[in-house]
Design a protein around this ligand. Structure first.
Ligand code: 4AD
Ligand code: MG
Length: 429
């Protein structure tokens, strides 16, 4: 079976295709099927004189999203987006549709979200899914080529990683378990075993935040490296983001065109080093813009948009106040009011896509930080063990897949970045 994506190399050949009719137009003499097979769209031309009356009848009655098999000849057509079209010899109906609910007219978002299982078939959603896939491969290749070992973390956990306010809880054979907010603590254990480890899986946040950046279930890749400091961590993250962007530019020209994505801002991302500012400097940027910002507060989405808007490339913001960051971050040696952390804010107003830090490697300091955060050291006994048996300086970060896809595809909301998004008010389909 030939794929539409490969039709250009088949000009003059007779081919068989299988897929779905996106729409049909034409007259009693000739019909045009906009036909898709999952790898692309192509126009199938059906002249009444070239096919049997039965076949022409089938085509005349074709409804949107009916599944069909098509055989015919591939011919060049300069005006077609793919450069080719198919002159049909036979069209066979596999399964007809009745009242396909998504029509070419404009639909509201909630209507489309209720029909997400069908909405995925639209050219735009297909393009996003394919770019997401290319990004996932770029991520895996990046770490694999740097000799990382994939060590996935559990989803059922007993410990919190990113604070108790966003934990989903579930009953676990008479015990309380939580859905993992981050695989980091386990990745730290893994990096002490294999040196460079990463995990890449779904994570969960019970945040009732109805913003364009928040999902309750999202995918995160989390590298963790023994003997790496904050500077190494920043370099690793920059390399990852640049590899992702380079891959998408190389492999997804067609998909980016469907999304009408302007390429210049993406090309800028791979043109050089990322700018770096400290939290203090970021606060100055906000104040210069007239934001009444208190030192010690965390940046909100609007603040991040202002800060990242000052730069053409992703900007690395370091050394946030210790108070607003989790217990595991290493305090800045000369200024324990801040930690050795970094957030990376994507350009074009997208805000945080990466959060990471150097980790506290000293047993006593970590124990004190745990207690200060009101956590029970007994629950973190295994994690503290990592500081008792061959502790080393180490660092890592988490890159949120959906926020990265949203930025690269320049989408208005993360809900379109994953096939079946989980949002505070959406568990269906
Ligand atoms: O900044 P976060 O909370 O960091 C951690 O979880 C660390 N333990 C990671 C590590 O150091 N290994 O989350 C990391 C990234 C964010 O920068 C963002 O891209 C994404 O995860 N993220 C979300 N994406 C979608 N919806 C949400 N509710 C998200 N929360 C975080
Ligand atoms: Mg963060």
């Amino acid at each position: 079976m030939i794929l539409i994506r490969n039709l250009k190399e088949k000009i003059g050949a007779e081919v068989s295709l299988q897929g779905w009719a996106w729409n049909v137009r034409g007259s009693g003499k000739i019909k045009f099927i906009n036909f898709r097979d999952g790898t692309g769209f192509v126009q199938v031309v059906v002249p009444a004189d070239d096919v049997s009356p039965e076949v022409f009848e089938v085509v005349s009655r074709l409804t949107q999203e009916s599944s069909i098999k098509v055989s015919g000849k591939v011919v060049a057509n300069k005006r077609a987006p793919s450069g080719v079209e198919v002159l049909a010899q036979n069209v066979e109906l596999v399964s007809p549709t009745k009242d396909y609910p998504i029509t070419p007219k404009e639909h509201g978002v909630e209507f489309l979200m209720d029909l997400r299982h069908l909405w995925l078939r639209s050219p735009r959603q297909q393009a996003i899914m394919r770019i997401r896939h290319v990004i996932i491969r770029a991520i895996r290749d990046y770490f694999d080529d740097l000799d990382f070992t994939l060590v996935d973390s559990p989803i059922f956990t007993a410990n919190e990683c990113e604070g108790s306010t966003t934990l989903f809880s579930t009953e676990y054979f008479g015990e309380e378990a939580h859905l993992s907010q981050s695989g980091q603590l386990y990745a730290e254990a893994a990096c002490m075993a294999v040196g460079k480890a990463y995990c890449f899986g779904p994570t969960f946040r019970a945040e009732n935040s109805n913003t364009r950046r928040h999902l309750t279930e999202f995918w995160m890749v989390e590298p963790e490296v023994a003997f790496m400091d904050l500077a190494g961590n920043i370099e690793l993250a920059q390399g990852l983001i640049q590899q992702i962007v380079r891959r998408v530019l190389d492999l997804c020209a067609q998909e980016l065109a469907v999304l009408k994505r302007d390429l210049a801002p993406l090309e800028e991302v791979i043109a050089g080093e990322f700018p770096q500012v400290t939290y203090d400097e970021a606060v100055e940027i906000l104040r210069a813009e007239g934001v009444d910002f208190q030192w010690g507060d965390d940046f909100g989405g609007g603040d991040e948009t202002i800060i990242s808007g000052k730069f053409q490339r992703p900007v690395v913001v370091t050394h946030y106040p210790t108070e607003i960051k989790p217990f595991y971050m290493k305090k800045t040696p000369k200024n324990p009011k801040t930690v050795c952390n970094m957030d990376i804010l994507a350009p074009e107003g997208y805000g945080e896509i990466v959060g990471g830090s150097q980790r506290e490697e000293d047993y006593e300091v970590l124990l004190a930080a745990l207690k200060e955060d009101g956590l029970n050291p007994e629950d973190y006994k295994w994690y503290l063990d990592l500081r008792r048996f061959g502790s080393v300086p180490h660092s890592g970060f988490g890159l949120g897949l959906e926020r990265t896809v949203a930025w690269i595809c320049k989408l208005a909301h993360v809900r379109e970045t994953i096939a079946f998004p989980r949002l505070p008010h959406r568990l269906y389909p």
